[in-house]
Write a protein of this length. Structure first.
Length: 447
């Protein structure tokens, strides 16, 4: 049984979610502060135990990887809370964000079918409610698509877990390694269920609508925090030694996602929709690394998603500041109208493009290194082509940011958003200069 200290982040997030939900109807401002306090407290609890000895229970692993990725999930949740609008039609946003974060933390430590499914569904159900908070047509459409596709993915995942149990007699994920026919089908269904959460083609159709129709905070959590948790689950499953269909499926999904995600993003004129399609390509890079089976692949996948998170949070925050339907022309001269927002957007897009000196550059570097180590030449060629396409459409947006515009200065950015943009930009630049600060931690966390 895990110690109280190991369960403290889960307790803090769960208690905070219930308290924020109770406070929301009468004191929505207090609910927001409760959510912020719970997230900060969970971050502190995880950070203080990063170097603690590993532990294991039936459901959850208490190891360095779960603490490190759980910390990133909580920080991403805190970043999403920063631009969750307090004046929306519903006041339950902070509580729902805490529930989604709780699901992410559970998923990062999942070593059992029950905790894997519970973590995924906590994220899904909380995000469905977050998506529809504006109660307008685009938000309802995004939430409806996410709910229907999420239900199909959950059923697929459950069938995979059931087949795994039938083949092994156990629900522990480490027992799913083998080459039996039932395990082959189980691995294929598990991959399909997780591919939905990671937005890999052909399970990606919810992503563009979520990024454009849902509130910015919900889109940010779905694109950053939830994917950190899912990649952690993929890394754990990848280490089990699943049947060959797992690597084959990952490689196939990766190649198609890199190609179609970047080609679709290339055609977009809206910022949020471009970020939605490009996230499909970024998911493809992670899947490509894991498909190789290279020794450096788990560290590469985790490093990539952790460096991707602050860049996406910053970009979506700026898009939310300008407006949900932000077009490329709306970014013209933003660095002169809103210097912090413009600089953060430029840094985020440069990082997403994988250019020096940014965290994203080293993210691409470790992915390419894993592909070379695994001799996955076809995936490497697709990754290089996808990166070239990405650099083109990201820099197209960056160029407009610095063009002079005659528009007057925009209203000041609120302090939570200023804090998020400043912190995200600092992380992008620091990791662009010293990637070893994070990479060494990730390598030490892996078994």
């Amino acid at each position: 049984m895990p110690s109280f200290a190991a369960l403290l982040p889960v307790i803090l997030l769960g208690t905070g979610a219930v308290t924020a939900m109770l406070a929301a109807p009468r004191l929505p401002g207090l609910a927001r502060w409760i959510a912020g306090f719970a997230l900060v407290a969970a971050c502190v609890a995880l950070a203080l135990r990063l170097g603690a000895p590993d532990g294991l229970s039936v459901l959850l692993a208490d190891d360095r990887m779960s603490r490190l990725t759980g910390l990133v999930v909580c920080l991403s949740g805190l970043g999403s809370l920063a631009f969750l609008r307090p004046d929306g039609p519903s006041k339950e946003g902070p509580a729902l964000l805490l529930l989604a974060t709780l699901g992410g933390v559970v998923l990062t430590g999942a070593v059992h079918a029950a905790s894997l499914f519970l973590g995924l569904e906590l994220i899904t159900l909380a995000l469905v409610a977050l998506f529809v908070l504006p109660l307008d047509r685009p938000a309802l459409e995004a939430g409806y698509k996410f709910l229907i596709l999420g239900a199909a993915a959950a059923a697929t995942l459950l069938m995979g877990l059931a087949l795994g149990h039938a083949a092994t007699g156990s629900l522990a994920l480490e027992a799913f390694g083998g080459r039996e026919a039932l395990l082959t089908f189980a691995a294929a269904l598990l991959l399909a269920g997780l591919a939905f959460k990671l937005a890999l083609v052909p399970f990606h159709m919810w992503t563009p609508d979520a990024f454009t129709g849902a509130p910015g905070a919900a889109a940010a959590f779905a694109g950053a925090a939830s994917k950190v948790a899912v990649v952690t689950a993929l890394v754990r499953l990848d280490a089990v030694g699943l049947p060959q269909v797992w690597a084959l499926g990952l490689g196939t999904f990766a190649g198609v996602s890199i190609l179609l995600g970047n080609l679709a993003a290339l055609r977009q004129d809206g910022v949020a929709r471009m970020l939605g399609y490009s996230s499909v390509g970024h998911a493809g890079y992670i899947a490509a690394a894991l498909a190789t089976g290279a020794a450096s692949a788990p560290a590469a996948a985790l490093f990539y998603i952790v460096t991707y998170a602050p860049a996406l949070l910053a970009a979506l925050c700026v898009a939310a500041l300008i407006g949900r339907a932000t077009r490329i022309s709306d970014l013209r001269g933003i660095v002169w109208r809103r210097p912090l927002a413009g600089a953060a957007m430029a840094a985020a897009l440069v990082s997403l493009a994988g250019l020096p000196v940014s965290a994203g550059f080293f993210g691409k570097y470790v992915i390419f290194t894993a592909l070379i180590e695994g001799r996955a030449w076809a995936l490497l060629a697709l990754a290089i082509a996808g990166s070239a396409l990405g650099a083109y459409y990201y820099l197209r947006f960056v160029a407009l940011i610095f063009r002079r515009a005659p528009d007057p200065a925009d209203p000041a950015v609120r302090w939570p958003e200023r804090t998020l943009l400043g912190a995200a930009t600092a992380i992008i630049l620091v990791l662009g200069i010293r990637p070893d600060l994070l990479l060494d931690q990730i390598r030490a966390a892996l078994p």
